[in-house]
Ligand binder design. Sequence first.
Ligand code: SAM
Length: 310
Amino acid sequence: MEDTEAKNTTTTAPTFASPLFSFSSSGGASLGFGFDSGPPPPPPPPAVEVLLSEESPVATASLEPVVVDDSLSIYKGRVSTSDVFEVKNSDLVPGKYEGGLKLWEGSLDLVKTLNSDIKNDRLLLESKHVLELGCGHGLPGIFAGLKGAGLIHFQDFNAEVLKCLTIPNVKVNLFKESSEGTCTSSSVGFFAGDWSEMDKLLLCGAAEQDKTTSGKIEDKTYHGYDIILMAETVYALSSLPNLYRLIKKCLHYPGGVIYMAGKKHYFGVGGGTRQFLRLVEEDGAMQPELLNDVTDGSSNVREVWKFSFK
Ligand SMILES: C[S@@+](CC[C@H](N)C(=O)[O-])C[C@H]1O[C@@H](n2cnc3c(N)ncnc32)[C@H](O)[C@@H]1O
């Protein structure tokens, strides 16, 4: 059992729709991702901006706290895949639903690492421009908002995930009066679509600075995001080149940093933090740093990496 929700609650063990997919550490039962057999995945959904006002009525009223440390909990909703995607007992359907309705362990690993980097004066989020890729619940991005980030953009493959889960989570944590952060509707943005297309909507770095979001001209003196966050996004080998290309387009040069949490290997799928690392090393533009490895026995080894331009 690998996802945080399943660990903390009575949710049953994750299962995956065909083509079969496994995050399981055992790997033995996995039949692989199934790109060779079965039908090819459908074409990716178009890249779209989702407005705060598009929050879905499927959003639950009941909220669960996720404890970051003694003084901080982030609240999250819970939405079932069958209500939103009409997919039963499945954590991920490649090309249709990419797992954003569940809270995966890497998300919390990432938040805790960010928290510890702030406490050790290794990270400052105040007034930073932050992008969370593959956000799902959006806890790392919400954490950035609570720590004073000036702009937070959330991206997910599925617009439904943003509408049903990310936006309600953002509202409950960042827009309440007692919130530590000072977020307003103009300091958050939500974008859905495949990584191959997201550069059309997201802020881009030096070479791409003329792009706009929401039809507004972005501040042309500002180049991309200072910090890109992502958790459990590197499981599918086939999507890693598009993911890395997008990151390089969107990250502020030269000072931007990436924080990435994920499993060292996703058995049966081919991806993993080490596969992403290989891509980064082959490209040669960025310097990797291993910040954390988690061997708590609840999954195969998980890692948190930081990348910065050389
Ligand atoms: C396993 S979920 C992780 C969700 C969340 N970060 C967490 O850790 O709880 C993987 C996330 O990556 C995103 N994703 C996967 N493949 C993608 C692709 N090709 N394009 C855009 N987003 C993708 C999905 O939106 C999904 O939310």
